[in-house]
Design a binder for this molecule. Structure first.
Ligand code: ADP
Ligand code: MG
Length: 231
């Protein structure tokens, strides 16, 4: 099920065809996404840039199976998200994507190590293996000396590093990050982008930002406006 689809001998991680997401608000229909066609290659960092309300988060939610599309087709790592039953979507969220949020979303009463171990528990990994992998991941993001720190005992940049380690816990081929540096100063933001770029050497990272300077660190920039991709 996790085999990527191969088109014209090029390996694609994700394909979107005519993807739309409409929200109903009373009598009004809001077209958050309006016919998106896009192919995302395996590996590398893609930045999604656009003004507030342009549909960036909606697009990420569809790609991460956090929300259902209204029309079109989305295939990620060989799985068609529009038709996958609920159990398949749960499995997809667990194994195929890792998500990084603007507000870090760490569990406050768990320390850094426990936060990174948690997704592996949902994935049925034995405790000692979880602990070892979490430790390795936290070392990789430069936090080997912060394993026992609770989120409130960490800086914003450190919390986002923990969140990135957590997103990598189940070794997903796709990392989605929605304005991951929105709460960070510019120097810390730069460091977080460099970390994401390094991670993108071995998997696909899709990052939403409205900071053009940071987007330029990525391998590809996709512009979105009013729910449509713009050239
Ligand atoms: P962005 O992340 O680029 O700021 P969003 O994807 O969050 O944009 O939103 C795109 C559009 O869809 C906006 O007009 C927003 O108000 C609307 N929208 C987003 N989520 C909902 C929702 N749950 N219900 C109704 N409208 C929504
Ligand atoms: Mg958004």
């Amino acid at each position: 099920m996790n085999e990527p689809t191969v088109t014209n001998e090029r390996v694609e991680l994700a394909q979107l065809r005519g993807v739309s997401k409409f929200y109903r608000k009373g009598d009004e229909t809001i077209k958050a996404l309006d016919g998106i066609d896009m192919t995302v290659a395996e590996k590398g960092m893609v930045a999604i840039v656009g003004p507030s309300g342009s549909g960036k988060s909606s697009l990420l939610h569809i790609l991460g199976a956090m929300d259902r599309l209204t029309a079109g087709e989305v295939i990620v790592a060989g799985q068609s998200l529009g038709t996958l039953p609920e159990a398949g979507l749960t499995d997809f969220r667990r194994k195929t994507v890792g998500i990084v949020f603007q507000s870090f979303n760490l569990i406050p009463n768990l320390d850094a190590l426990e936060n990174v171990m948690l997704p592996m528990e949902f994935n049925g990994i034995a405790r000692e293996a979880r602990r070892q992998r979490a430790q390795q991941l936290l070392s990789r993001v430069g936090l080997a000396a912060r394993l026992k720190h609770k989120p409130r005992e960490l800086s914003g940049g450190e919390q986002q590093r923990v969140a990135i380690a957590r997103a990598l816990a189940n070794d997903p081929p796709l990392i989605l990050a929605d304005e991951p540096t929105g709460n960070l100063d510019s120097k810390t933001s730069q460091m977080i982008y460099e970390l994401l770029k390094e991670i993108a050497r071995e998997r696909t990272v899709i990052v939403v930002t409205h900071a053009e300077a940071l987007a330029e660190l990525s391998n590809r920039i996709v512009h979105i406006k009013d729910g449509k991709l713009v050239a």
